[in-house]
Design a protein around this ligand. Structure first.
Ligand code: SF4
Ligand code: MG
Length: 337
């Protein structure tokens, strides 16, 4: 089997005081073994909610369960229908931290403040693998070395608050990789870091990925980060994927006006001369009032008043595998990037 994770038409809604809000509205994507899929979008686009649906870690006010299907096939034989599992189901608890590793923007959401780094990693190893205390501790030491923490022997007994932000991030990565996951979910893991540390952590993740071969879903709002790490990209807007394709195709020939605008609003990597950046006009509509038709129509320079306000555009496919959810994809002038 060459599909590790297969999402089909996933929908997630929440019950709130203001009413029902749909955060993820029909998302489909596939992740192949060893592939890095970058998911890009502004905050509130549904990127994190989608992966929390995969891990069955949705907030309590989520309407059970997600619509659509989420199938996970970690070792080529057994397929798990994750959409059918409840958050405390035994199967999903056995997969989390084991076949699926997770890293976050804030390491303290994953690390316990009251246990040493070494004991957190070895407890995870012993929870999922048959191993003695000594074996688990040796595994923890090896992982701390792999994530390039200095003095791994000393690090084993350190507590998270004794480490710098970048070092905590490395410790969290070690914990996420404790059981050799086939999928690593990385939700904005470098967003809170300074530029230098961010570059180092991205370098580390790339080399670990090359060495260990796990697939990664890398969530970010930063297109520069995606260009650096991803093989394929999915761009999300208001709970939908609006464009997907190979990273180079998306980067050099984006077909959806939203992707084009996002790319025009970031400084290009290595570009010395500061130029005036284009910003996307208007703001993201609030999720209680998602526009009819194409949800991007109120901000789009190419919107057709009759068509785009009425009809939800289908996903159009192209020969290179690129897909864009726009009535005019492929017919618009190439964006000047
Ligand atoms: Fe713009 Fe219309 Fe395409 Fe939506 S469907 S992105 S409004 S041109
Ligand atoms: Mg988020």
């Amino acid at each position: 089997k060459d599909v590790l994770l297969d999402l089909q038409d996933v929908k997630v809604s929440f019950e709130t005081r203001e009413g029902t809000v749909t955060a993820v509205n029909g998302v489909s994507y596939k992740v192949r073994p060893g592939e890095v899929l970058g998911i890009v979008g502004e905050s509130g686009s549904g990127k994190s909610v989608t992966v929390r649906a995969i891990m069955r870690l949705l907030a309590k006010n989520a309407i059970e369960g997600p619509k659509g299907s989420i199938r996970f096939n970690p070792n080529g034989d057994q397929t798990y229908d994750l959409h059918e599992l409840s958050r405390d189901n035994r199967q999903i608890r056995a997969l989390r931290g084991n076949r699926i590793g997770m890293i976050f923007q804030e390491p303290m959401t994953a690390l316990s403040p009251v246990h040493s780094i070494g004991s957190q990693i070895s407890r995870t190893v012993m929870l999922h693998r048959k191993s003695t205390k000594a074996e688990a501790r040796a595994r923890a030491r090896d992982l701390l070395e792999r994530v390039q923490l200095p003095n791994p022997d000393l690090m084993l007994d350190r507590f998270p608050h004794q480490l710098s932000g970048g070092m905590r991030q490395r410790a969290m990565i070690a914990l996420a990789l404790a059981c050799d996951p086939s999928l690593l979910i990385a939700d904005e893991p470098t967003t809170a870091l300074d530029v230098t540390t961010e570059a180092q952590i991205l370098e580390l993740l790339k080399s670990l990925q090359a060495e260990l071969g796990m697939a990664i879903i890398f969530i970010t709002h930063n297109f520069g980060v995606v260009a650096d790490i991803a093989d394929r990209v999915a761009v999300m807007y208001l709970g939908q994927i609006v464009e997907t394709g190979d990273v180079d195709d998306i980067f050099y020939a984006p077909k959806h006006p939203y992707t084009q605008a996002l790319l025009q609003s970031i400084p290009r990597l290595g570009q010395k001369k500061v130029r005036r950046l284009k910003t996307i006009r208007g703001s993201v509509p609030d999720p209680y009032h998602i526009p009819s038709g194409c949800p991007f129509h109120n901000r789009c320079d190419h919107a057709d008043a009759a068509l785009c306000t009425q009809e939800r555009p289908p996903l159009r496919g192209f020969d290179n595998g690129q897909e864009a959810r726009c009535h005019f994809a492929g017919q618009l002038p190439e964006a000047s990037l």
